[in-house]
Design a binder for this molecule. Structure first.
Ligand code: C5P
Length: 229
């Protein structure tokens, strides 16, 4: 069985001690994926931004707030895992300057200067071991398949789960699963729990079992080679 790291929920980027940038991710897709993975007998570590929902009690939870913290936690945990499912919606921008006190109103427009946060999946993808697998999510509003495929390549993923903005903070989802050569493996729609079971089924069949049988073959071969005559 595999040890799977799942990123989930939104991140927050503070402007001052009380205000932050974020998005509407609920963590429900991450929770459903975790449950589906646990039901198949895998171990699960969830690295999650701030959410209102509860995660399965059998999963190990690492709470984080910002995208930088998400990256730090993932870099610590991923070396001990076989694969990643990146269902989080990390903030892509952060304010260049974080005020130490609450920003007071002045009657004038407030101009925020933002810079990009690190891309967690792309950073992990750049140093992943050959035996590790990675599955990303792409939420697109136009040229969906093409953009998802570009992200799959840029982020060194094995599969990309494509969904639309209606997935955000919803109990249902509609996804397409795309592989490295651009072909569509599966299209799933329904409650997030059901869609998550379908996604885990594909991951199990294409990314976990083939590697385990290769590994098993090499273990069997090693035992034949080293067996005393
Ligand atoms: O935001 P984007 O469409 O690039 O997200 C696609 C994938 O990359 C998702 O799996 C998301 O979890 C991941 N991501 C990330 N770090 C970011 C932005 C996105 O890991 N800063």
């Amino acid at each position: 069985m595999a040890r799977i790291m799942i990123t989930s929920g939104p991140t927050r980027q503070y402007l001052d001690p009380v205000r932050y940038l974020t998005n509407g991710s609920s963590g429900r897709m991450g929770r459903s994926l975790a449950q589906a993975a646990l039901d198949l007998g895998h171990d699960v570590v969830i690295i999650s931004g701030p959410v209102e929902i509860d995660y399965p009690a059998r999963a190990e939870i690492v709470p984080v707030v910002s995208t930088e913290e998400l990256l730090d936690a993932c870099q610590r945990v991923f070396p001990g895992c076989d694969g990643l499912i990146a269902a989080a919606a990390p903030c892509d921008y952060r304010p260049i300057r974080v005020a130490s006190q609450k920003i007071a109103k002045t009657g004038n427009p407030l101009v925020l200067q933002l810079i990009e946060t690190p891309d967690v999946v792309a950073t992990l993808g750049a140093t992943r071991r050959p035996d590790q697998w990675m599955v990303g999510f792409a939420l697109e509003t136009e040229d969906q398949r093409l953009r998802a495929l570009v992200k799959l390549e840029k982020k060194s993923c094995d599969l990309m789960i494509l969904n639309g903005p209606e997935a955000m903070n919803s109990r249902r989802n509609q996804v397409e699963i795309i592989e490295r050569n651009g072909s569509l493996i599966d299209a799933l729609a329904g409650p997030k729990e059901e869609v998550a079971r379908g996604i885990l089924h594909v991951i199990h069949k294409r990314l976990i079992t083939p590697f385990q049988s290769d590994f098993q073959r090499s273990v069997n071969l090693a035992s034949i080679v080293s067996r005393p005559r």
